[in-house]
Design a protein around this ligand. Structure first.
Ligand SMILES: NC(=O)c1ccc[n+]([C@@H]2O[C@H](COP(=O)([O-])OP(=O)(O)OC[C@H]3O[C@@H](n4cnc5c(N)ncnc54)[C@H](OP(=O)(O)O)[C@@H]3O)[C@@H](O)[C@H]2O)c1
Length: 345
């Protein structure tokens, strides 16, 4: 039987940031999942005008993102800059489109649902035109926490992330490759996107420090606030350190989780494995654990190393997610599918 999504009349879809890493992944995911796209409009900056992109075997001309481009469009994915989303998302909504935004701009706005469809799809019912997609790091962490929250409640989480370079966009990805090539030639790596060389290195900073945030990075503050909003736990204690590592794709996180009620590692594994979109990969005896290479190109959140803390009832776990797919593009497309299933688009 045809699903609500596959039998939906074709939609006119615009993609702002179509030439970027997330944008190109959205194109892949829309085609893979057979999302009902009638017309696709790839938009980017003036620099990309005249370029073409392939979608479902067709060459499409990239146009500059400007308000008039949204006339007659049903759905817009924004995967560009935060300032562009701030300026253009309301223009798209005024013209009758629903917006799914990948940037940080609208996530903490009370009027805007911040959604991971496996966790809080009902939040979409309240949408007023703009829906925010969480940060790529938050998506993996929240997907690992929600099954434990449902099984035993959550009291406190300590998280350290190890984040891929592609999480900072195409220029950042290219910087890692250029630095690796320079090191192979015995030359000094040049850092322009990251504050220090990332090749053969680890940087305890993702994004930037904000003087108002008391030594925390902007990425760390996003992880705190977005996790609370998505899980509906406004007082959840979250302590976080976000680290950039020289991995092309796939964010990892080490979590120490304190639940409200006792939860054994065995029960935690069962709860995690039963949750849609999460798979447990955990067999110490055989050196089996999830790595970024295992998730790259896929949509599952993998969890392993589930074990009891040596000095408390808390649980340790290790989680990995493809930051460009479930961490960005796939989650955005799933939001669109859920809107259709709920008759909200
Ligand atoms: N990378 C990730 O893992 C990830 C995960 C979650 C969320 N996000 C968010 O998703 C968004 C896109 O990230 P990305 O990694 O795809 O970045 P990216 O690879 O650097 O791509 C940026 C895109 O934005 C477009 N753009 C930039 N300035 C523009 C302007 N003034 N007008 C129109 N288009 C403009 C670029 O177009 P041109 O090619 O014409 O310059 C390009 O298509 C960001 O908000 C990011 O925070 C990223």
């Amino acid at each position: 039987m045809a699903s609500a999504v596959s039998s939906h009349p074709p939609l006119s879809v615009a993609l702002v940031g179509a030439t970027g890493l997330v944008g190109e992944t959205i194109l892949e995911v829309l085609a893979e999942r057979d999302f009902p796209v009638g017309r696709l409009l790839p938009l980017a900056s003036r620099r990309s005008s005249g370029r073409t992109l392939r979608f479902r075997g067709e060459e499409l001309a990239v146009r500059e993102a400007e308000p008039a481009a949204f006339e007659g469009v049903d759905l817009v994915f924004f995967a560009a800059t935060g300032s562009l989303s701030k300026e253009l998302a309301p223009e798209a909504v005024t013209r009758g489109a629903v917006v799914i935004d990948k940037s940080n701009t609208w996530r903490m706005d009370e009027r805007v649902p911040l959604v991971i469809p496996e966790i809080n799809p009902a939040a979409l019912e309240e949408h007023e035109g703009i829906i925010a997609c969480p940060n790529c790091t938050t998506i993996g962490v929240a997907m690992a926490l929600e099954p434990l929250r449902r099984a035993a409640g959550l009291r406190r989480v300590v998280v350290t992330t190890l984040q891929a370079t592609s999480g900072a966009g195409r220029e950042a990805s290219e910087e890692l490759e250029a630095q690796l090539a320079a090191l192979a030639r015995n030359e000094e790596p040049v850092a322009t996107v990251f504050p220090s060389p990332i090749a053969h290195n680890v940087l305890p900073l993702c994004e930037r420090f904000d003087p108002d945030d008391d030594g925390y990075s902007t990425e760390e503050m996003k992880l705190l606030h977005e996790t609370r909003k998505i899980l509906g736990e406004p007082d959840l204690d979250v302590s976080m350190t976000c680290v950039r590592v020289p991995v092309p794709v796939g964010h990892s996180a080490s979590l120490l989780v304190e639940c409200e009620r006792a939860l054994s590692p065995e029960k935690a594994r069962r709860a995690l494995d039963a949750f849609p979109g999460v798979r447990v990969v955990d067999d110490c005896a055989r050196n089996v654990f999830p790595t970024p290479r295992d998730v790259a190109g896929g949509d599952e959140v993998l969890v392993g190393r589930v074990r009891r803390d040596l000095t408390s009832e808390r649980l340790w776990l290790w989680q990995v997610v493809d930051n460009l797919r479930k961490g960005a593009a796939t989650n955005g497309v799933q939001i669109a599918e859920t809107l259709i299933e709920r008759g909200l688009l």
